[in-house]
Design a protein around this ligand. Structure first.
Ligand code: AHM
Ligand code: MG
Length: 287
C-alpha cells in the first residue's frame, strides 16, 4: 500500500500552494466552534473542505477525519485501507498576526480513533517564508520544498541534532503544574526560548536546531490543548522517526490510544535526553 501513502502526500503537496494562496481571502472569524470548542476561522473550514476533496477519492483511503469535523467520514471500502486524520490549518490563530501556520497529516492503518502504534506515515506542511513538507515513513523523515505548482524538491533526510538548542512550551505559566514549572526552570538554564503559537512551526524549529516543544497538562485543563489524533500522535511519529523522543508525561505518545476522536493529550516532543528528563520530573501528567 506504499502507493496509497505516495498518493496522500502528493495530494497534500498539490493542495499546499492553494491553501497558502487562499489564506488572505479567508481571514474572517466564523460564528461556529469545532468539536474541541475552538472558534473557527473561515480558513479552517475552507482548508478542511479543500483537503477533504483532494484526499477522499484516493483508492485505499477508507476514512477521513479532521479537527474541524465532528465525526469520521467513510470515503472508501478498500481491504486494508487507511484512515487519514488532518489538522487542516494548525496554528490558525496566527493568521490574524501573520505568523506561520501548518497542515498536519497522520495516516493510520486502522479506523479512527486509532492508537499511535497504528500510524504508518505522518507529515506536515509549513506555510512559512517558504512552503515545505516533511514526511515520515519507512523509518525515514524527508523534507521537501513545495513550489507554487505543488511540485516538490527533495531537500534530504531530517535527523534531530544530538545537541538541543531551543525550547517552547504552551499554556500560561501560572497554570502549569509545579513539577512541570520546575522542569522548565532547569531547561531555561541551557536552551533558548522559541515559541510561536503554531505547533508545526515550533516543532520544525526542534527538528532543525534540536530541543523540545510541548503543550503540558494544565491545572485548569489536565489534558492540555493539543488533540491526540490530529496533532500529538502524528508529530510524535515524525520526531521519533527523526531520532528524537515523545511523551505524554508518562509514556511515548505512540503508545497513546485515544478512545474519542477529539481527545486531547499533554504533548512533548524533542531530543531524547530532554524528554527523558521531563519524564523523570513528572511522576504522571496529572501531578
Ligand atoms: P489550532 O489547531 O486550533 O490552531 O490549535 C493548536 C495550536 C497549536 O498549533 C499551538 O501549539 C497551540 O495551539 C498554541 O496555543 P496557545 O495560543 O495557547 O499558545
Ligand atoms: Mg492544531
Amino acid at each position: 500500500m506504499a502507493d496509497v501513502i505516495d498518493a496522500v502526500f502528493d495530494a497534500i503537496a498539490d493542495a499546499a500552494p492553494e491553501v497558502r494562496a487562499g489564506l488572505p481571502d479567508h481571514r474572517a472569524t466564523r460564528d461556529d466552534q469545532n468539536a474541541s470548542g475552538d472558534t473557527q476561522l473561515e480558513a479552517d473550514v475552507w482548508a478542511d473542505d479543500l483537503l477533504f476533496d483532494r484526499t477522499e477519492s484516493i483508492e485505499g483511503v477508507n476514512w477521513y477525519a479532521s479537527e474541524e469535523r465532528d465525526a469520521v467520514v467513510t470515503v472508501g471500502d478498500a481491504e486494508g485501507g487507511y484512515a487519514v486524520a488532518l489538522d487542516p490549518l494548525d496554528g490558525s490563530s496566527n493568521v490574524k498576526s501573520n505568523n506561520p501556520c501548518g497542515t498536519v497529516v497522520g495516516v493510520y492503518d486502522q479506523p479512527l480513533p486509532a492508537p499511535g502504534s497504528s500510524l504508518v506515515a505522518a507529515g506536515f506542511v509549513l506555510y512559512g517564508p517558504t512552503t515545505t513538507m516533511v514526511v515520515a515513513r519507512d523509518d525515514t523523515v524527508r523534507e521537501y520544498l513545495v513550489s507554487e505548482t505543488g511540485a516538490t524538491t527533495d531537500l534530504g533526510p531530517v535527523e534531530l541534532p544530538a545537541d538541543p538548542t531551543v525550547y517552547g512550551f504552551g499554556g500560561r505559566v501560572p497554570d502549569w503544574p509545579p513539577a512541570f514549572e520546575s522542569f522548565v526552570r532547569d531547561v531555561e538554564d541551557d536552551l533558548k526560548l522559541r515559541y510561536g503559537g503554531a505547533m508545526i512551526a515550533d516543532v520544525n524549529q526542534v527538528l532543525v536546531y534540536g530541543g523540545v516543544f510541548g503543550y503540558p497538562g494544565l491545572e485548569s485543563a489536565p489534558d492540555g490543548k493539543l488533540r491526540a489524533q490530529f496533532e500529538a500522535l502524528p508529530i510524535a511519529y515524525i520526531v521519533e522517526t527523526a531520532g528524537g523522543a515523545s511523551s505524554d508525561g508518562t509514556q511515548s505518545l505512540l503508545d497513546v490510544a485515544p478512545t474519542r476522536l477529539h481527545e486531547r493529550t499533554p504533548t512533548f516532543v524533542g531530543t531524547d535526553d530532554v524528554i527523558a528528563a521531563l519524564d523523570a520530573a513528572l511522576p504522571d501528567h496529572t501531578n
